[in-house]
Design a binder for this molecule. Sequence first.
Ligand SMILES: NC(=O)c1ccc[n+]([C@@H]2O[C@H](COP(=O)([O-])OP(=O)(O)OC[C@H]3O[C@@H](n4cnc5c(N)ncnc54)[C@H](O)[C@@H]3O)[C@@H](O)[C@H]2O)c1
Length: 325
Amino acid sequence: MQTTVLCKSIRRIAVISRKYSSPLFYSTTTSPSALKKSIVPDHTLPPNNGQQRRPSRKPFKDLFSLEERTIVVTGAGRGLGINLASAVLDAGGDVVCLDVLPKPSEEEWAGISKVGEETGRTATYHQCDITREEDVEATLTNVASQAERRNKPIRGLINCAGIQQMVDAIDYPTDGFRRILDVNVIGSFLVAKHAARIMRDAKNSGSIVFIASMSGQIANRGIHCSAYNTSKAAVQQMSRSLSVEWGRYGIRVNSLSPGYIRTAMTDRLLEEKPEIEKLWMAGALLGRLGSVEDFKAPAVYLLADGASFMTGADLRVDGGHCASA
Ligand SMILES: NC(=O)c1ccc[n+]([C@@H]2O[C@H](COP(=O)([O-])OP(=O)(O)OC[C@H]3O[C@@H](n4cnc5c(N)ncnc54)[C@H](O)[C@@H]3O)[C@@H](O)[C@H]2O)c1
């Protein structure tokens, strides 16, 4: 009698196992009725789920190409921004440079103009304060229609504009703290929002790259920059949050977090406190501070189709400064 019951049970388990032997059937302890409720049968999923935006197969070199598109770069009047703008041109794209400065840095702009003339690619410069939404919207609408006319629609943005300030937190003037958040967080958001609207309305996929900082994850040794560090942590989280909302439009959103780079921004800090260079170098695993050249390939990669499955990520490019900070 007991043997018959045991045999029946084994047969029943075998039937259930066959019935649920799909990749969704993971648990061996859950009761069959609970499993029936928890399993999503394939036919309830939307047709072609996960297949709709599958990238077409491309030659390897095209995975790093920005051809047939225009990329907007903010903070492109000097420093990291203008160098990333030049990388966009080198990678085959047209570039729209925005900055609050009336004119871009002459030497770098001369290089950009030369590449433009040699390759037939377009680079334009527009004075625009990213904290003024009307200016941002008007400028982006204008450059987007020019880009459409060139058959190189806007399909990317590098949000690089930013400001830094070294002040002891205990004495931080509220206005100063607000200004940092206004430019680094809200200004970056405004440009991302209007660029995303343009890409969504044109039904173009695209990529947004926020230039954050390792200071979004660590508090730098030797300098007191609580507002800046707070703003960069917010940029990383904003980028992650936008990736959740805009993936449905085919817009990828990632942040790139550099370590120390020699630019006007760090030159000013080093002028005020020359002794901190020694401290920074002590944490430099590659024995040097960053140069603007170090960020060209990572930024182009995030913009290009080779990163087609990358969104919501923070790419830290800091020469190991962060690991040892
Ligand atoms: N230099 C570094 O060590 C370092 C490290 C990590 C991250 N970053 C980030 O990289 C980005 C570029 O920094 P950088 O070192 O080239 O500094 P930078 O000061 O040389 O360049 C910043 C640019 O942003 C522009 N800008 C400032 N406010 C603006 C506004 N309201 N509207 C439009 N443009 C505005 C400035 O005019 C300037 O051209 C910043 O976001 C910065 O936080 C820099």
